[in-house]
Design a protein around this ligand. Structure first.
Ligand SMILES: Nc1ncnc2c1ncn2[C@@H]1O[C@H](COP(=O)(O)OP(=O)(O)OP(=O)(O)O)[C@@H](O)[C@H]1O
Length: 238
């Protein structure tokens, strides 16, 4: 297994957000995560990327116990992530954002980082915006840059938090095409997404989270047909 989360607990005051969640992801697998608003999905990402520390539980990545590592160390060990609300360095250009990600997150030499930044800009359709200040871009372009920044670290595991939200249908399709290419290169992905058809077009496995617990986990279509998933996520009574 590339990633294993064991018995993860996280509370904010009296609110238990993650209630002993356990799951694994195999190398090369794409895991989709669905769940109602506030179910604790982003918190799971925060626990994997180290943005938030666990109250108890263990996270293993690539054969290493990373539970107490800082976020930058987890990034350097191969975990790249995008945030639901894009987090670029607003005063830097697109190119500078990508060079920074490749040099510091991906620990590349400068010449290597230049090559990777160029390649990622090309694949994400950002080349014409290379010298644009990130803070002054449209939301769609900031979303593109958010994914590009994560890719520029050359992650083994890519965590994608609702990157299709707010996109038009053709844009969402373009995104899925790009993600399929990333998957074909062997990158392992976990994608939290409410745009279900986009998620289903690429996920090998689907996990549904509700109130900080795993409600279902398995083959995507059988999970979607699970009566409990239909009731909780789609409001359809069996
Ligand atoms: N830093 C925090 N302090 C207090 N409560 C928090 C904090 N972060 C998250 N929460 C609460 O934890 C719960 C789960 O939040 P989380 O963002 O993980 O949900 P989510 O499933 O990603 O939701 P969404 O689909 O709306 O993004 C929510 O009730 C949220 O308000």
């Amino acid at each position: 297994m590339l990633l294993t989360v064991e018995n993860a607990h996280k509370s904010y005051g009296a609110l238990a957000v993650t209630k002993g969640m356990s799951f694994s992801v195999e190398e090369g697998e794409t895991l989709g995560i669905l769940g109602p608003n506030g179910a604790g999905k982003t918190t799971l990402f925060n626990l994997i990327s180290g943005d938030v520390s666990l109250d108890s539980g263990i996270v293993h990545f690539n054969g290493q116990n990373i539970t107490t590592l800082a976020p930058f160390q987890r990034c350097q060990s191969g975990i790249g992530r995008s945030y639901q609300v894009p987090h670029p360095f607003g005063n830097m250009t697109v190119f500078e954002n990508l060079i920074t990600a490749a040099c510091f997150g991906g620990q590349m030499s400068e010449p290597e980082a230049y090559d990777v930044a160029e390649e990622v800009m090309n694949s994400m359709g950002l080349t014409s915006l290379a010298n644009q200040q990130a803070g002054s871009m449209t939301l769609l372009n900031r979303k593109r840059l958010e994914l590009a920044r994560a890719l520029a670290t050359r992650p083994k595991l890519l965590l994608l938090d609702e990157i299709a939200g707010g996109l038009t249908e053709p844009e969402a399709q373009e995104l899925v095409t790009e993600l399929k290419k990333i998957k074909a290169k062997g990158t392992t992905m976990i994608w939290i997404e409410h745009v279900v058809h986009a998620l289903l077009s690429i996920a090998d496995r689907l996990m549904v989270v509700n109130f900080g617990e795993k409600l279902a986990d398995g083959e995507p279509m059988s999970v979607m047909n699970d009566p409990e998933v239909k009731r909780v996520y789609m409001g359809i009574e069996a």
